[in-house]
Design a protein around this ligand. Structure first.
Ligand code: GLN
Length: 314
């Protein structure tokens, strides 16, 4: 691929970094109190090609809570354990067009036309991870994230977990509704708590880019060489990211970039150019939909410069 040379990649990363470093738009999420206190100036960009080369600019070491980006990897776990059909069968794979924690979206179709990347579908997805105990399920999820990131030492950011656990009554209500409609089969409060914990895992821009690159590389982590998903299951995961990864702004995002992506209210944003690269930005200030402002702008420009849009065949 002629555009994907080391010089072009470094130049595109540096330009996007410089262009948006001074940007003062958006603000940290504050409905989870601990997220409001995170340094808004953290800004890093990492790109990992499918041959496992890592390119970075800015602060790619500071860790923020992974938040909703975790939903992708729990979804991947359920795909591997129970097959890709288990998800549409249980809670759907349709964009809701509503905010990520919408209760209205559940009510519209009794929880049946959701997707694994909004809270109702994500808590349901977490409830589908197999295991006999809380700890067994939790350790499985955390280890799987670590394999995607190529790190065995990922940890929960305890104050984020505590802060969200103290204030997640809305997610508890969502989980009870999904239970009432028969989508969550086990204990809805256990699923909500494991979901809250998975959202509190600390990750850097570099970690997120390695995670995204595994999706770009047909399920094989290009840095560690480990196979984490069946190649056949990756297109389905990317499809849900394309339609719902940026919530009610997923359409605008896809229009601008063509890239399956996923945001988190901690300020992370990942995107996948299949067969080419995974990219991630960490920058906590968010727009109204809950997506990193710098993240969206930087990834849009970098992908355009590198020919990342999978719908473009010139
Ligand atoms: N843990 C957050 C929540 O459930 C994740 C939301 C997000 O990143 N969009 O509200």
């Amino acid at each position: 691929d002629s555009k994907l040379t080391p010089d072009n990649i470094n130049a595109a990363l540096k330009k996007a970094y410089d262009d948006y470093k001074g940007l003062k738009e958006g603000k940290n999420a504050d409905y989870i109190p601990a997220l409001a206190k995170v340094d808004s100036n953290i800004y890093g960009i990492a790109l990992v090609t499918v041959d496992g080369k890592i390119y970075t600019v800015g602060d790619v070491k500071s860790e923020v809570a992974i938040e909703s980006i975790s939903k992708v990897f729990t979804m991947a776990k359920v795909m591997e354990e129970s097959g890709v059909e288990s998800l549409p069968h249980n809670m759907g794979v349709d964009a809701t067009g509503q905010v990520f924690n919408s209760i209205y979206a559940i009510e519209q179709h009794k929880g049946a036309e959701m997707n694994p990347l909004v809270n109702a579908g994500a808590i349901t997805t977490t409830s589908m991870v197999k295991g006999k105990s809380y700890d067994e399920i939790w350790n499985k999820i955390l280890n799987y994230y670590g394999e995607f990131a190529g790190r065995s030492d990922l940890k929960v950011i305890e104050d984020v977990y505590k802060s969200e656990a103290d204030t997640n009554q809305r997610n508890q209500a969502i989980a009870y509704l999904m239970y009432a409609y028969g989508h969550i089969k086990g204990d809805p409060m256990q699923a909500t708590d494991i979901y809250t914990r998975q959202c509190s895992v600390g990750v850097s821009a570099k970690d997120l880019a390695v995670m995204a690159s595994t999706l770009a590389n047909a399920g094989v982590n290009p840095v560690t060489g480990k196979t984490l998903m069946k190649a056949d299951d990756v297109p389905e995961a990317l499809a849900v990211m394309a339609t719902a990864g940026l919530y009610d702004d997923a359409g605008k995002w896809l229009y601008a970039t063509g890239l399956p992506g996923k945001s988190g209210v901690g300020g992370g944003l990942i995107a996948v150019s299949p067969g080419k690269f995974g990219i991630a930005v960490v920058s906590p200030p968010l727009d109204e939909a809950g997506n990193s402002v710098r993240g969206q702008k930087a990834i849009t420009d970098i992908s355009a410069a590198l020919g990342g849009n999978p719908y473009s065949v010139q």
